[in-house]
Design a protein around this ligand. Structure first.
Ligand SMILES: Cc1cc2nc3c(=O)[nH]c(=O)nc-3n(C[C@H](O)[C@H](O)[C@H](O)COP(=O)(O)O)c2cc1C
Length: 302
């Protein structure tokens, strides 16, 4: 089968990518750039250093994963220093660097996007779906995917800052699963009108899921016992998002499918539902970077 694909004007030799969360440091990057990935997604990155939520923040079994990692990453200063180095390494390997940014506020998204593009990265993914951020007094922070006004403002401010440097830059948004079809249509309309978005990644983890581990204790024991759900259980949900969004988004806005991919057949399902590329998260944490070559071999054999 033909594996070549495109996101915006970026040509990829095949559609299998790593999901945000799997590469935070130069060391992670060096491991992933050695796999068959055509682009390495770095991040999510934030303006401040984030040490991650306390306690046990990741759980997985064959059916689902839960995490409450909370965007742990070394912060903007680290990426100002090391993103250009990652781009250099990727250029030498004829690969792209993608960066996922989580700016908290609209200006934060715009700032991180600018920084990433100035470092020479090829695509920036706005992470609008992190469910694992808590204020110091224990309140869960707004998830922009579910707040139309906030989402609108993030796109507006990014567009403003983008005006000066827009040429050749590719911007995508990553959404949470949106179970309400009316809200999904409103979000798709905003993206269609935005003029700066070339791709939509769906889905980030399903927020606030609870499960017990085999020993009867809560699977996540962190700020709360809730976590974002990924893995196999997310696949039919994310496939439904891909299918609806393919109908709702205008031509020229590509879809990147993510949720529960661990085999070549999973990738094929996403491509058939309307995705141009896919990303793998949980299976990379479970099986390491070798997952990308394994899935690709399976896909090529289908
Ligand atoms: C441990 C862990 C950390 C993650 N960190 C991020 C992140 O920093 N930014 C982001 O956009 N998504 C993050 N995600 C979500 C994944 O990128 C992906 O959207 C989700 O897990 C569904 O894909 P999967 O079923 O392949 O895991 C994380 C997921 C996990 C399991």
């Amino acid at each position: 089968m033909e594996l070549r694909t495109k996101i915006g004007r970026l040509e990829l030799v095949h559609p299998v990518l790593n999901a945000a969360g799997t590469c935070k440091t130069l060391e992670d990057f060096k491991k992933l750039v050695r796999t068959p990935l055509p682009a390495v997604m770095v991040g999510s990155i934030t303006t401040e250093v984030r040490y991650g939520n306390p306690g046990s923040t990741f759980f997985s079994n064959p059916n689902f994963s839960l995490n409450s990692v909370g965007l742990s990453n070394p912060g903007i200063d680290y990426y100002i220093e090391f993103l250009p180095q990652m781009v250099k390494i990727a250029d030498a390997a004829d690969k792209y660097v993608f960066v996922s940014v989580e700016g908290s506020r609209p200006a934060g998204y715009a700032l991180l996007t600018e920084l990433a593009f100035q470092s020479g990265v090829h695509l920036v993914e706005l992470n609008l779906g992190c469910p694992n951020k808590w204020t110091n007094d224990g309140r869960q922070e707004t998830i922009p995917s579910y707040d139309l006004d906030m989402l609108k403002e993030i796109l507006r401010v990014c567009k403003l800052s983008f005006r000066f440097t827009r040429k050749n830059k590719i911007l995508s948004v990553k959404l949470s699963p949106i179970p309400d079809p009316v809200l999904l249509k409103k979000i798709a309309d905003l993206i269609n009108e935005s003029e700066i978005i070339c791709a939509v990644t769906t889905s980030n983890t399903l927020p606030n899921v609870f499960a017990y581990a085999d020993d009867g204790r809560p699977a996540i024991q962190s700020v709360t016992e809730l976590g974002g759900m990924g893995g196999s259980a997310l696949k039919p949900i994310a496939l439904g998002q891909v299918k609806q969004l393919r109908e709702l988004l205008r031509d020229g806005i590509d879809i990147i499918g993510v949720g529960g991919i661990k085999t070549g057949k999973d990738v094929l399902d996403y491509l058939n539902a309307g995705a141009s590329a896919v990303q793998i998260g949980t299976a990379c944490f479970d099986r390491g970077p070798q997952i990308f070559g394994d899935v690709l071999t399976e896909l090529a054999a289908l």
